[in-house]
Design a protein around this ligand. Structure first.
Ligand code: BTN
Length: 255
């Protein structure tokens, strides 16, 4: 891979339960920063908020990038948004398709989800031991299970041509290095917040925020430099939404 550090070590599985679980194991065994765990199929692919991730064999990309950062735990949630930018750029470079981001980290084409990101963190006391950024991209799935059929799409469906998974992965790793460098310079998302907001598909749309403690609606007004979604409430007040366990839905559908 023509990168400086991301994806220089690659650990491949034909089949595994979840690349996030394998990455935790590899990181514990001493895999370096930037090591990548890739699988051709997952039997227990994990999604956000306790859901599963559809991971059929041979058609898609499932990978987890290992980071071993020095910063505080409160910074780690932002790397998910760094990866979202990298995936959007990697897809653009590889397939020429402009995708959007549904805050915080769903990559969307024509209103349907093409990629999901699940970041997990392991601690040693109060310090970060490692951060694992798991990415699933629907590259060539043709038949989605019925419950995903109306909200999921594959890159091949959009582009109409075969996509090289290895080139796509390399382009994402190159873009990740670029955006992660900016993140490490400022220790927040300020250096590409505007760029992110340009890609945000739910910006200036009415959204419903589902938090563990309750629900409310407002207009999404973009993301701030900490990665929080700014939601304008009916009375004009701006509520900052932290990604965590929150789900943000469009009131007329997925976006
Ligand atoms: C989401 O719910 O949108 C996040 C989905 C993340 C799926 C990827 S596939 C590779 C990695 N391994 C997993 O078990 N999950 C992530």
């Amino acid at each position: 891979m023509n990168t400086r550090w991301a994806g220089q070590a690659v650990i491949c599985f034909e089949e595994t339960d979840s690349t996030n679980l394998r990455a935790k194991e590899e990181a514990d065994k001493g895999a370096p920063e930037g090591a990548l765990v890739v699988a051709d199929m997952q039997t227990a692919g994990r999604g956000r908020r306790g859901r599963s991730w559809n991971s059929p064999k041979g058609v898609n990309l499932y990978f987890t990038l290992i980071l071993k950062p020095q910063y505080e735990t409160d910074k780690a949630s932002m790397v998910t948004l760094v990866m979202a930018m990298a995936v959007a750029e990697g897809i653009r470079e590889t397939c020429g398709v402009k995708c959007g981001i549904k805050w915080p980290n769903d990559i969307v084409i024509n209103g349907k989800k093409v990629c999901g990101i699940l970041t997990e963190m392991n601690l040693a006391g109060t310090a970060i031991r490692h951060v694992l950024i798991g990415v699933g991209i629907n590259v060539a799935t043709q038949d989605f299970p019925w419950e995903l059929a109306s909200t999921a799409v594959s890159l091949q469906e959009v582009c109409g041509e075969e996509i090289s998974k290895s080139i796509l992965l390399e382009n994402i790793m190159k873009a990740f290095e670029k955006y992660y460098k900016k993140f490490c310079e400022s220790m927040d998302l300020s250096l590409f917040k505007e760029e992110y907001n340009q890609l945000m598909v739910n910006r200036d749309r009415e959204v419903r925020v589902l938090e563990p403690g309750g629900e409310y609606s407002g207009i999404a007004r973009g993301m701030n430099e900490m990665g929080e979604l700014l939601v304008e409430l009916p009375e004009g007040r701006i509520e900052k939404v932290y990604a965590g366990e929150v789900s943000v839905r469009g009131i007329y559908g997925y976006v």
